[in-house]
Design a protein around this ligand. Structure first.
Ligand code: HEC
Length: 109
């Protein structure tokens, strides 16, 4: 288990350093548009889920994640009972969404 964790961390470090330059944009977009709810560096807050170790981000395709960002997740679709608010739809273009998803995937690993 310890060894597995070490490997995972090494892999995450490699990913973090080999991420293409536009990943920086993902971090910037996140900071200005998402961090108020999702917390600094995707750590989560009392309002919205964390992206660190997030199973939905780990297991979902880019298309499915983009869907949540574009359309939000409200009403019957809402998944987390512990957060009182819903996920509001975000106005980002496709490139911005792609960059932000790259950032989320990095944190979720
Ligand atoms: C006003 C607060 C708020 C803002 C701003 C916000 N979110 Fe969310 N987000 C939420 C909440 C609350 C949820 C949980 C909804 C639920 O219960 O399913 C959520 C859920 C998500 C999910 C699904 C996570 C999961 O574990 O299922 C993704 C992906 C996501 N947000 C991405 C983003 C991105 C990217 C941005 C910025 C572009 C953003 N959010 C901005 C409040 C916010």
């Amino acid at each position: 288990m310890k060894r597995f964790l070490g490997l995972g961390l090494a892999f995450a470090a490699v990913l973090a350093f080999s991420a293409p330059a536009f990943a920086a944009d993902g971090a910037t977009i996140f900071k200005s548009k998402c961090s108020a709810c999702h917390g600094q560096d995707g750590a989560g807050s009392a309002m919205a889920p964390a992206f660190k170790g997030n199973a939905f981000i780990q297991n979902s395709s880019e298309t499915d994640i983009a869907q949540v960002i574009k359309n939000g997740r409200t009403g019957a679709e809402k998944k987390y009972k512990q957060f009182a608010i819903a996920m509001p739809k975000q106005t980002l273009n496709d490139d911005e969404i792609k960059a932000v998803i790259t950032q989320l995937k990095t944190w979720a690993k």
